[in-house]
Design a protein around this ligand. Sequence first.
Ligand code: RB5
Length: 142
Amino acid sequence: MKPIALASDHAGYELKTVLAGELEAAGYAVLDLGTDGPDSVDYPDYGHALAAAISEGRAERGVAVCGTGIGISIALNRHPGVRAALCHDDTSARLAREHNDANVLALGARLIGSEVAKDCLKVFLDTRFAEGRHVGRVAKLG
Ligand code: RB5
């Protein structure tokens, strides 16, 4: 199985570290694209790096974290084939997979706690795309 790619800015660094530990404990390989500490960086750089990892086939799924999850998901969704979903709870994470076939989970570290983020991560990884009526809609995303 390909690794799960992780990327964050400084605001998401701590939560990214927590989620990397969760993934490794669950047996996933992790491709950590940074940032590597709390020093201020620009979230688009990390969103674009994660999008490149998906586009180049180095990872099939990713997790992106910034303060709100908004900026990094905007950067990710500028790339064809990347479907980043900003999720706030297990329901949004489930529906992002079932309906949107999202391949990147985006989280806002300043908006949700680490336990909610862990729930989002588990549900995101465990939920399959529902296909059916959603296939054509997702295809229209380009
Ligand atoms: C950084 O201060 C913050 O703007 C960033 O993490 C993110 O929330 C942007 O959308």
